[in-house]
Design a protein. Structure first.
Length: 356
């Protein structure tokens, strides 16, 4: 890629803040919009308008842009997708990102299907942490939810993580009424067996989640009520954190998390933004437009120019998408977020394009 500007050694360590004083600290990097599952809450259709291959950022471009973000304060990077492990040679990307000393934490979120075969290379490349999405322990349910019969591969993936040398495994579960609300305890018990902390995510009405309705959301309150009926008193874990999950402790010390994006949004501390596989930068999961960093990069803008775009865009950031969606409940009601026609015109609006 001849037009990419070279990186100067001049380091600018300032942490940039947005209009509400939120720092730019965490970057979610999507490496592909494609996926080998079709989770109903994320990709309800079988076919999509995919991002054209020639628009996908090369690893060099991802590393270059990530470097600019780290000069504005980013120190945590999460590799995601679509299914990130469908992209060839993700361990090489991890190794390249590890060259940047400003990055303190590199994690991946994966559906686990291809994890067992890549986990050792990911560990050896220097990946810090793994999160696997797991919504059910029941093969038939998994098949109905994801339209694929690969739960056994996911278990294999999960069980390979500790063996490869990783600690701090997380299992992310989208909790939905009438779907997996009877599996909260079994999921925590499974998490214990594999040394993983389970995090329950409230079902969100983002992107292509067209089947979303408030009745399907299993709220933080519902989750805590259900778990305390089984386990007894549940205490919140007191900690300073901008992480999306609020953590709780069971009487025996087991911890778990709840990401209450729908019923108790946490936009006021949100330090995350998202880079799509084709270089669009989104300041919020609900943002309907983003900044085309690929265009700037491939049109030969200098490092300083792109860095100053990132800085000024973040400084003007006012996004608080989940809070605004919640406010709608009190006003006109919370209808469909994005029409299907609009989703078909702009694949970036889909959750699988912006990485969850
Ligand atoms: N394919 C990978 C996976 O599933 O782990 C990474 C990308 S996926 C978009 C990232 C996360 O977004 C997953 O944990 C998934 O469960 C979550 N997600 C997708 N759609 C969601 C929705 N409508 N509400 C809440 N979480 C959702
Ligand atoms: Fe499921 Fe993740 Fe694929 Fe979406 S991107 S369909 S959440 S596996
Ligand atoms: Fe951050 Fe937007 Fe999610 Fe709020 S809705 S926590 S601002 S990404």
């Amino acid at each position: 890629m001849s037009s990419m500007p070279s990186l100067s050694n001049r380091s600018e360590e300032a942490v940039v803040q947005d209009v509400w004083g939120r720092s730019l600290k965490a970057l979610r990097v999507s490496v592909t919009d494609r996926c080998n599952l079709r989770c109903q809450y994320c990709m309800p259709e079988e076919e999509y308008v995919w991002l054209p291959r020639e628009t996908l950022l090369t690893f060099e471009e991802i590393v270059f842009l990530t470097d600019l973000f780290t000069r504005q304060g980013v120190d945590k990077v999460r590799i995601t997708g679509g299914e990130p492990l469908l992209r060839k040679n993700v361990p090489a990307l991890v190794a390249m990102l590890r060259q940047n000393p400003r990055i303190l934490d590199i994690a991946i979120t994966t559906n686990g299907v291809l994890l067992a075969e890549q986990v050792q290379d990911l560990f050896d490349a220097g990946l810090h942490r793994v999160t696997v999405s797991l919504d059910t322990l029941k093969p038939e349910r998994f098949k109905a939810l994801t339209r694929r019969d690969t739960l056994a591969k996911v278990f294999e993936g999960i069980e390979s993580v500790g063996k490869a040398g990783f600690t701090g495994l997380k299992l992310d579960t989208v909790a939905m009424k009438g779907y997996n609300d009877d599996e909260l305890v079994p999921l925590i018990e499974y998490g214990r067996q594999v040394n993983a902390e389970v995090r329950f995510i409230e079902y969100m009405d983002v992107g292509g989640a067209n089947e979303w309705s408030p009745e399907k959301v299993l709220s933080r309150k519902d989750i805590l009520t259900s778990l305390s009926q089984h386990y007894g008193v549940i205490e919140p874990v007191v900690e300073e954190s901008t992480a999306p999950a609020q953590r709780f402790r069971l009487p025996d010390g087991t911890t778990f998390g709840i990401i209450s994006s729908t019923t108790v949004p946490f936009c006021s501390t949100c330090d995350r933004s998202r880079l799509t596989a084709d270089g669009m930068w989104y300041l919020c999961l609900y943002a309907k437009s983003g900044v085309d960093l690929r265009k700037h990069l491939r049109s030969g803008r200098s490092q300083e120019e792109i860095q100053s775009i990132i800085q000024s865009v973040w400084q003007a950031r006012k996004d608080r998408g989940a809070e605004e969606r919640k406010e709608l409940e009190r006003q006109s009601g919370r209808g469909r977020y994005i029409d299907i026609d609009r989703l078909r015109q702009d694949p970036h609006l889909e959750m699988h394009a912006r990485g969850g």
